[in-house]
Design a protein around this ligand. Structure first.
Ligand code: S6P
Ligand code: ZN
Length: 191
């Protein structure tokens, strides 16, 4: 028997702003939520003592049906840095090791950083139009290295789950920093 949740749903999406409607939930992440992810702890402290700084927002629509689920997540990373390190997402690996994800960059520029946490690393350069498949078992983090908003669309199963702890403890093999006005990927130990 078909229930109400089993019918198609559409949302209206504005790629420039990254806003879509209707939207079920919005979350904000500030420097205080990512403080252990950034490598310049003095810069973190000075931002926090000045009253924090918004790094990104995520808007969600969970499409849950009686047979399955699929989530839409749109992330808006505001331009900015903490020390020399560009604004980025916290980064996570999926709890379930059979869960991939699709990211679609629609606005802005930067990188998608991917790390297996066992020695393999990739940095996918991002500009509007780039779609990246994130295979299972790759931690993922998006970085905004531009002067404008970076917007990307994510599609994944809610059942994937998010493990932030592994990334927090180990970090990614490379981080994106500004060097002479340009983005550069360096090893965190060279910060
Ligand atoms: C969920 C998907 C995205 C992120 C979002 C924020 O699997 O990858 O919606 O949740 O980009 O990143 P993070 O690392 O704070 O969850
Ligand atoms: Zn994910």
């Amino acid at each position: 028997m078909r229930q109400e949740i089993d019918y198609p749903i559409s949302v209206m999406f504005d790629a420039k702003s990254g806003i879509f409607n209707p939207c079920k939930k919005t979350e904000e992440r500030k420097v205080s939520d990512l403080k252990m992810m950034f490598h310049d702890q003095q810069a973190v402290q000075s931002i926090l003592s000045a009253g924090d700084q918004l790094v990104y927002e995520i808007r969600y629509y969970p499409f849950v049906t009686s047979k399955s689920d699929m989530a839409l997540g749109v992330t808006r990373i505001f331009p900015g840095k903490v020390g020399r390190e560009y604004h980025m997402t916290k980064g996570h690996i999926h709890q379930r090791d059979d869960q991939p994800e699709i990211y679609y960059c629609v606005q802005g520029s930067g990188y998608l950083l991917l790390d297996t946490l066992d020695g393999e690393f990739r940095a996918e350069p991002w500009q509007p139009g780039v779609i990246t498949h994130i295979p299972p078992m790759w931690a993922h983090r998006a970085v905004n290295t531009g002067n404008d908003l970076l917007v990307f669309v994510a599609s994944y199963h809610l059942a994937a789950g998010h493990d932030y702890e592994k990334v927090k403890q180990q970090g990614f093999a490379k981080i994106a920093v500004e060097n002479n006005g340009k983005p550069e990927l360096i090893s965190p130990k060279d910060y």
